[in-house]
Design a protein around this ligand. Structure first.
Ligand SMILES: *Cc1c(COP(=O)(O)O)cnc(C)c1O
Length: 371
């Protein structure tokens, strides 16, 4: 295997997803002998001065890139984003007497989070269940409970390609968001949130670490049964080192954060991600109904673009042919989620404009051949 050749494969996977090639090369270079100390990050004590530097640097880069206010703690936890489906209610449902939380359910991930929260308190889904997850119900129609401990939503529904392009108004109730699949893909005003969390493996690293950003006054309200590794008070006080953290995943995330900073930060990522997704949506919109994205234009995701080929329900034989042709051109992981079918192109930060142009070009070619 020749590790330094230019990447021929374009990975449009929904997660784990493409990492920036400079990050992989640096990790390769440092794998065996980190910073001249003669051992790998994989072998290093999580209490060593070298690892302390890595985890501190990851936190300060994150604080800089997202302009995180000083009254917020940043934690690097295990258990995946799904771990926070439990972590959030276990820590926050008791903020108010009623032990009730509002959930805005706009896709698979928020539905799973709501279901998990039901184990620990009362869950109020703020709008009637939708037949298909292709839109965000009008905020004016949400039935928000003023005595809820928090309002929860998933900022980008990875499976359905539904993204919030606004921050929900909660009339002062603590706002919580799962940003796993659009974290650091654009600037975000952290001060509007009580808590933001994100698994790293979509936009900022590899699987194994979940970032939790939480306002200090929300810490220290955990339920008695909360597992200690999910207890924000313990993890915040111990700076995510209550037990062995996912050291290597934190190291990779640190490299990705550095790469984001060197490439202009969250604002530059936001501008580029808009251009990339516009290119694919324009290709869909100008295909005369050959490509169909079922998602309402107002909430189409810049990160995950689901579409069907041929007629509204999708022509499965044609879609298969599309995927095979894409694979021949080195474009992989374009198959839609099994619950949705069709095609899904994920355009996370590490996917370049050139990668996206290659896909748009192929889509136009395929259209011409099959129209
Ligand atoms: C991928 C994803 C998850 C689940 O992440 P795990 O790390 O596998 O638990 C949760 N929420 C969203 C929005 C995701 O994209």
């Amino acid at each position: 295997m020749e590790p330094h050749v230019k990447q021929q494969t374009i990975n449009f996977g929904a997660g784990p997803a493409k990492l920036p090639p400079p990050v992989l090369l640096q990790a390769q270079k440092e794998l065996i002998n980190y910073d001249g100390i003669g051992i790998s990050v994989l072998e290093m004590s999580h209490r060593s001065s070298e690892f302390t530097q890595i985890i501190n640097k990851a936190e300060s880069l994150l604080r800089e890139l997202l302009k995180i206010p000083d009254n917020y703690k940043v934690m690097f936890l295990q258990g995946g984003a799904s771990g926070q489906f439990s972590g959030v209610p276990l820590n926050l449902i008791g903020l108010k007497e009623d032990k009730c939380a509002d959930y805005i359910v706009t896709g698979t991930w928020s539905a799973k989070a709501a279901k998990e929260a039901e184990k620990y308190g009362k869950v109020n889904v703020v709008h009637p269940k939708m037949d298909s997850y292709t839109k965000i119900p009008e905020p004016g129609s949400w039935n928000l409970n003023p005595s809820a401990s928090y309002v929860y939503y998933c900022c980008n529904e990875t499976v359905h390609g539904v993204e919030y392009h606004f921050t929900p108004e909660t009339n002062g109730v603590t706002l919580v968001s799962d940003m796993s699949s659009n974290f650091l893909s654009r600037p975000v005003d952290v001060s509007k949130f009580g808590l933001i969390y994100a698994g790293a493996q979509k936009n900022v690293g590899c699987a194994g670490v979940t970032v939790v950003i939480v306002r200090e006054d929300l810490i220290g309200h955990a339920q008695k049964e909360c597992p200690i590794v999910l207890d924000y008070k313990v993890q915040a006080e111990m700076k995510s080192l209550y037990n062995t953290p996912p050291c290597f995943s934190i190291y990779i995330m640190c490299l990705v954060l550095e790469w984001i900073k060197n490439n202009g930060g969250a604002a530059a990522m936001g501008a580029l991600n808009k251009r990339k997704s516009d290119l694919i949506y324009d290709t869909i919109n100008s295909s005369d109904g050959f490509y169909v994205c079922p998602v309402d234009e107002k909430c189409r995701s810049r990160m995950n673009i689901p579409f069907r080929i041929g007629k509204k329900e999708g022509d499965e034989a044609l879609e298969k042919e599309f995927l095979n042709g894409a694979a021949k051109r080195g474009m992989i992981s374009l198959k839609g989620h099994r619950s949705v079918g069709g095609i899904r192109a994920s355009l996370y930060n590490a996917v370049t404009l050139e990668d996206t142009e290659a896909l748009a070009h192929y889509m136009k070619e395929f259209l011409k051949e099959h129209q």
